[in-house]
Design a protein around this ligand. Structure first.
Ligand code: MTE
Ligand code: MO
Length: 406
């Protein structure tokens, strides 16, 4: 990080120290030149991520988990997926960080320092499911452009912060408020300051929920830089793009927020089902709100080998956006028949729920275990794929693992 300034400000001697050897022609390095040794950072080291995480893109950085890494009930930082639309900010000074509440529908524009936010408002901790709207995109046919997420752009960490509603109420909300929009300090990939990578938001009803946080801690520690240090909006159960990282301004809007990636076709799906590959007019696209019901088998890894006559214990998590999960079932016959899993209650609203099952197989051979969750409205996951949509959002198909009984 900060490589460009870094080479300038650091003496040759300390550079050599970091490299662990002498830079033989060090005095000849052209000004502003970045040594190759500092150009290609190891993303796992850079973001403190486990080596089994999968990098999908380096410009901007995007990285996902694989199913078995998400086995913990609370997702550890090293397994939380990374999704950036622009550049990860550098040189953040949390002591000088402020949050401004403004917009057409604020009664009185207010600015809080981070310390004021922390001391003025009550702290709350919730475990919140955060899933990228494009998770599962890689399965759609015809394919959709964008990061080809498989299943790993989801996490359920513990977030601590103050309630957005408490802060908004302190500034005052006018009667005509309909939406909030976040603004953050990350730069556009072009580094053009007139362009913003992302500025999304949620309707007032979501903004005012108890669980909607302005968070300063993730899993009990300062939020890691890549996940939004020092202040992040967290809107559990909604597309993670609504959970703004590095937030320094929240606007209370009298219109649907029209920031970057709120307009056009971003984070929108056809309001009514369409045929795969069909062109959809912009006015027929609707903004994604609550995420659909979904589940993940996190143990065992796909490809498990089970001795004949033994039972297989599976486990995983299920979530359903704003709703609870009422049932998780499994099938070992490609969806022909289903049996119930044992399902736990969520620790709080908007947290994923854990399931497990102990499965017997009739004889040796190749099997697949499919898991299917049902939400509290009675809606179940589609077995193979949900309806196609142009941008490849909301793939909540059943997760499947292969098992060989030998
Ligand atoms: N400021 C800012 N906030 C952001 C983003 C971003 O690029 N910049 N990406 C959004 C998207 S699309 C997702 S999926 C989540 C990813 O959060 P994570 O990187 O902490 O997993 O952050 C959201 N908040
Ligand atoms: Mo996302």
């Amino acid at each position: 990080m900060k490589r460009r300034n870094f080479v300038k400000k650091t003496t040759l001697g300390s550079l050599a120290g970091i490299l662990g050897m002498d830079i033989v022609y060090g005095s000849k390095i052209p000004e502003n030149y970045t040594l190759l040794g500092f150009q290609d950072p190891d993303p796992f080291q850079l973001f403190n991520k486990d080596k089994e995480m999968v990098v999908l893109n380096s410009k901007p950085w995007n990285m996902e988990a694989v199913a078995h890494l998400l086995d913990d009930k609370v997702t550890p930082n090293k397994y939380m997926f990374v999704r950036n639309n622009g550049l990860v900010p550098e040189n953040i000074n949390s002591k000088e960080w402020t949050l401004t509440i403004d917009g057409e529908s604020v009664k009185e524009e207010k600015t809080f320092t981070l310390e004021e936010l922390k001391s003025k408002f009550e702290h709350h901790t919730y475990q919140l499911t955060v899933e990228c709207g494009g998770n599962g995109r890689s399965e759609f046919d015809p394919p959709a452009k964008g990061n080809q997420w498989t299943i790993g752009a989801v996490a359920c960490a513990t977030w601590t912060g103050v309630r957005l509603k408490d802060v908004l109420k302190e500034a005052g909300i006018k009667d005509d408020a309909v939406y909030i929009g976040y603004h953050a300090v990350d730069q556009h990939l072009s580094r053009d300051p007139s362009k913003k990578p992302i500025s999304r938001g949620v309707p007032m009803s979501k903004a005012l929920q108890d669980e909607t946080l302005l968070a300063f801690k993730m899993n009990g520690e300062d939020i890691p830089l890549v996940h939004g240090y020092p202040l992040r909006l967290v809107c559990g159960g909604w597309p993670a793009s609504t959970s703004g990282k590095w937030v320094n301004r929240i606007s209370i809007r009298n219109i649907v927020h029209d920031g970057e990636k709120m307009t056009g076709t971003s984070y929108k799906v056809p309001c009514h089902p369409v045929a795969p590959g069909e062109k959809v007019k912009e006015e027929d696209m609707c903004i994604i709100e609550s995420m659909p019901v979904k589940s993940l088998i996190t143990y065992p890894k796909s490809g498990a080998i089970l001795p004949s006559g033994k039972k297989l214990n599976i486990r995983g998590h299920a979530w359903a956006g704003e709703l609870n999960v009422s049932k998780v079932s499994y099938s070992i016959d490609f969806g022909a028949t289903w049996s119930d899993c044992v399902l736990e209650k969520p620790v709080n609203r908007l947290a994923w729920q854990h399931f497990k099952a102990s499965i017997s197989f009739p004889k040796t051979g190749y099997y697949e275990v499919w898991a299917r969750a049902t939400d509290s409205n009675g809606v179940s996951q589609p077995m193979l794929l949900p309806g196609w949509n142009p941008k490849g959002y909301l793939n909540n198909a059943c997760h499947r693992i292969a098992v060989k009984v030998a």
